[in-house]
Design a protein around this ligand. Sequence first.
Ligand code: UTP
Length: 291
Amino acid sequence: MSRVRKAVFPVAGLGTRFLPATKAIPKEMLTIVDRPLIQYAVDECRAAGIEEFVFVTGRNKQVIEDHFDLAYELEATLEARGNKQHELGQTRAATIRTGNAIFTRQQQPLGLGHAVWCARPWIGNEPFAVLLPDELTLSTPGCTAELVNLHDRTGGSAIAVMDVPREQTNRYGIVAIRNDDGTVAEVTGMVEKPKPAEAPSTLSIIGRYVLLPEVFEHLERRDIGAGGEIQLTDAMARMIGHGPFHAMRYRGARYDCGNRLGFLEANVAVSLARPDIAAESRAVIESLLKS
Ligand code: UTP
């Protein structure tokens, strides 16, 4: 069995690119077809054998906790109706077993690195996954399952990467690599949002990580990085050379749902891929394109 048993979801960001939608609703509760983004991330973890979850939240994020709670009245009503078995199953599938979810608050949005650091008391001294739920990844096996497998082989940290156009490197964390076998490579460096001319490669970090607990020692320094924030990338960069650290090229579908077009694309793609609504979705999209 894998030693990776826990996952952290940093969900304390303000989601400014989706205002006003995110004024009262967290970005992570925006739905792709009929499931909120955060549930895709939890389901991706479950597919990787992870059953314990730490949500690092902020103000206005209580509905995330409600979403994963037992909805007793709703379930009782659906059950009483008799013909809502499918809906009841879907509702129950969203529940996290009691005791397996921790909700902690990042009191100020000081950056992704700081959000991950807030989870340290619940992770302890074991490897753990980090998922940014506004990045949707879809594949079989899932991205996190592949990273967990890689960690189980190497005993080290592992992150998923994808190629981006060079002119976009200043939007992402970018890695430098060696000993590249085409899928997995050793990480030799890492920099947050480098200018295209200074980027060590075009391989960008896509919001899926398996990290050794030593990362907390580096986050403890609270160094300020790109954008004036405490960056996870900077803490990971300091781990390089102190244990195995690998990048895995992710070959599944990935949608950046933190921006409006990526979110739209994800909704269209998932609609077209879902057997229950694929044909109707296609008809709707085709008719809109004709009009
Ligand atoms: P983003 O860069 O997408 O920031 O954060 P954001 O605030 O969510 O959205 P915009 O840019 O204002 O539209 C990447 C991830 O890191 C988390 C976010 O919740 C998201 O999952 N994060 C970021 C935190 O948890 N805390 C922070 O201080 C910053």
